[in-house]
Write a protein that binds this ligand. Structure first.
Ligand code: VGL
Ligand code: ZN
Length: 239
């Protein structure tokens, strides 16, 4: 469990980053700290290098964002995303359907995961060392046995919203900054939804780690209109 034991895997491709403009336009920033939980850092679905971002994420949590929201992956122990639930091998894929809407909503390809972030277990707790006192709200994701949710905004079918859209709207947020785990799943789908909901959306690349090191995740985000920045640029803009 020692922090130093984790290797910092260098991604195959790092997107171009940009400073956050100070152009007189309304700027009401929200920080989304995504799934900084034991299982994703040290546990059953440990993301390579994840412990190395904790301090940088804390530095952003200390900044005066208008609101800071955390998410926690929080599954029942027989969740639809678990390989064990289907007697399959972890990391195999199946098609899953929405339990209440099998006809209207099409099947989605689902990666089957090792059991992770089970409600009321240590694996689902925030990782030690993360500053937890500044979150105005925590969004619990994937709590329904038959419904997967990578995005903090809504489930995988974009059918049911979480409390996040209302919370951001209440605060008049203009810019959403995404940090945390995993870059190629929950951070990715949260950022894509943030664009969909009309927010200028930033992924802070030195505060994100991914399960796989492929570059496709970044390209898809870029093409959708997500912006990439660094914690240095964020600290300069939000001081
Ligand atoms: C996540 C895989 C399964 C994530 C959650 O937080 O990115 N990944 N559940
Ligand atoms: Zn999960």
């Amino acid at each position: 469990m020692a922090d130093s034991a984790q290797k910092d895997v260098k991604p195959a491709y790092t997107p171009q980053t940009e400073p956050i403009p100070d152009d007189g336009k309304p700027f009401v920033p929200a920080l989304l700290v995504i799934d900084m939980q034991n299982d994703f850092v040290y546990g059953s679905l440990a993301v390579p290098g994840a412990s190395n971002i904790i301090n940088r994420v804390n530095q952003l949590i200390d900044l005066p964002f208008t609101t800071k929201v955390a998410t926690r992956d929080y599954h029942p122990d027989n969740h639809v995303s678990f390989a064990k639930t289907h007697q399959q091998e972890p990391f195999s894929r199946i098609i899953i359907y929405h339990p209440d809407d099998r006809d209207e909503l099409k099947g989605l390809e689902q990666v089957l995961w090792p059991v992770h972030c089970v409600a009321n277990t240590v694996g689902a707790d925030f990782v030690p060392g993360l500053t937890q006192t500044m979150f105005e709200k925590t969004i619990f994701k994937g709590t329904h046995r038959k419904v997967e949710s990578y995005s903090a905004f809504r489930d995988a079918w974009a059918r049911d919203e979480s409390e996040l859209p209302g919370h951001l709207a209440e605060h008049g947020i203009t810019d959403v900054f995404c940090v945390g785990l995993a870059g190629d799943f929950c951070v990715k789908y949260t950022a894509l939804d943030a664009v969909d909901y009309g927010y200028r959306t930033w992924v802070v690349v030195d505060c994100v780690k991914s399960i796989s090191q492929d570059e496709v995740a970044w390209d898809k985000l870029k093409n959708a209109g997500v912006h990439f920045t660094t914690s240095e640029f964020v600290k300069k803009r939000i001081a």
